[in-house]
Design a protein around this ligand. Structure first.
Ligand code: FIX
Ligand code: ZN
Length: 426
């Protein structure tokens, strides 16, 4: 194939690939208000709120939080889209969404978008956004410790929309054992043990809890977000280990990992978040820290039958994570998470992943919190991932390797859906 034809074939394959988005915070419409959508939700996304306070550090946090959401959205629009050009990734994302939905981008677009979406049925908007984003299926983030969400699951309101897979998210169990144990007791479980985690009987109750929610949710994987430093092995607790770390290690090694192994469930670990570095920013107040990839290597070595999906929040961890994945076939890096989901870093991460791991990675997830974000998060990512892939195929062609549009399509499908489907067995 001539280079021009290759570039066109790669661009076509990447832009038309049907995506399975393995990590989002969006919900099926049956979850009601938990599914965020529309222009006011787009503008009050926590990424943009952080950027608003950079543009207007004079605004008191509480004053902003006490404003009704439409007023918050109007303030973000004024400061980041009218007073300034929306050049940041999160702001440009809103512009991409507006343009894709047929709203003429510009200072008047907020009013026009509100008018266009007013009275729109959420189910129709789901269909429209999935089509515009080229997304076939998303994985939700489902937290049994969230009271509002738990009610929906317990009510058993169906039928489920099979475009939305579940993920059983158990941060609370790992990162705040005493509070999780209290909630489990209120749900009718007996997680015996103390501040430092469950005892033997408590381990059984935690596994019963996990089994009940696995039956209810039918999750694609178990998921947890972890701080940069975390303990996962109760066997190596030095004397004087703080109770919180001891509890985390006990729940991880005596409940979560054996359960995942026995049930054949993949474990998705999102590592490196430092919660509430600036509490006044609420969801926008989290930051990151460099984690220890050696711990992930040890985890993969000790649990060889568990399939680990790992994303890390620090740019400095990415290369070592790729090398670790070369050592362990049960480790698959995924996504350019959160502060890494920017074209300049997606380009760097995708190139080093393809160079070190070939087609055996999951290059992206959206982390969409607002339904409409699927449009921009995937359009922006396809743009960059396509450029990186085109360069690799052009180099193959230069060395006279035979290429075809069909083979390129097949390769691209692995990256955008097949690798995840095979790991999650969905
Ligand atoms: O832990 C997570 O799932 C993170 O992705 C979120 O907590 C975070 O707020 C987010 O949405 C980042 O994109
Ligand atoms: Zn997330």
């Amino acid at each position: 194939m001539a280079e021009k034809a290759i570039l066109a074939a790669v661009r076509k394959a990447v832009d038309s690939a049907r995506v399975v988005d393995m990590h989002t915070h969006i919900y099926e419409p049956r979850f009601g208000g938990l599914l965020l959508w529309g222009i006011d939700e787009l503008l009050t996304y926590h990424y943009l709120i952080a950027e608003l306070f950079r543009a207007r550090p004079d605004i008191a946090y509480e004053k902003f939080w006490n404003m009704p959401k439409p007023a918050q959205a109007e303030l973000v629009w004024k400061e980041l889209f009218v007073e300034r050009s929306p050049v940041s990734e999160a702001a440009r994302g809103v512009v991409t969404c507006l343009e894709a939905m047929g709203v003429k981008p510009g200072p008047k677009a907020l009013a026009e978008a509100r008018k266009m979406l007013a009275g729109c049925k959420v189910e129709d908007h789901v269909d429209r956004v999935f089509k515009l984003a080229g997304v076939e299926k998303v994985v939700m983030t489902n937290d049994p410790f969230d009271d509002a969400e738990r009610e929906v699951w317990l009510a058993g309101k169906g039928p489920r929309d099979d475009r939305f897979a579940a993920a059983l998210r158990i941060d609370a169990l790992l990162n705040d054992w005493p509070a999780a144990a209290a909630k489990m007791r209120a749900m009718g479980y007996e997680p015996s043990g103390g501040e430092s985690g469950p005892d033997a009987a408590g381990d059984k109750e935690v596994r019963r809890f996990l089994a009940d929610w696995k039956t209810r949710m039918k999750p694609a994987y178990l998921a947890a977000s972890l701080p940069p430093v975390f303990r996962w092995d109760a066997g190596d607790l030095p004397p004087g280990t703080p109770a919180r770390a001891a509890a985390q290690a006990r729940v991880f090694s005596r409940c979560l990992l054996p359960f995942a192994r026995d049930e054949g469930l993949p474990v998705a670990l999102m590592i490196g978040v430092r919660k509430s570095v600036n509490p006044a920013l609420k969801l926008a107040g989290d930051s990151l820290g460099r984690a220890c990839v050696e711990d992930i290597e040890a985890l993969c070595l000790q649990w060889p039958t568990v399939r680990f999906l790992v994303t890390m929040l620090s740019r400095e961890n990415q290369h070592h994570l790729c090398v670790a994945a070369r050592k362990f076939g049960n480790l698959t890096p995924f996504g350019c998470w959160w502060f890494l989901n920017d074209p300049s870093i997606i380009r760097e991460m995708t190139a080093e992943r393809i160079e070190l791991l070939g087609l055996s990675v999951i290059p992206q997830h959206s982390d969409a919190r607002v339904l409409d974000q699927l449009i921009y998060k995937w359009r922006h990512s396809r743009e960059v991932i396509g450029e990186v892939l085109a360069e690799k195929y052009a180099a193959l062609a230069k060395a006279k390797w035979p290429l075809s549009a069909a083979k390129i399509r097949e390769d691209v499908e692995r990256l955008f859906s097949r690798n995840f489907r095979e790991i999650a067995r969905i």
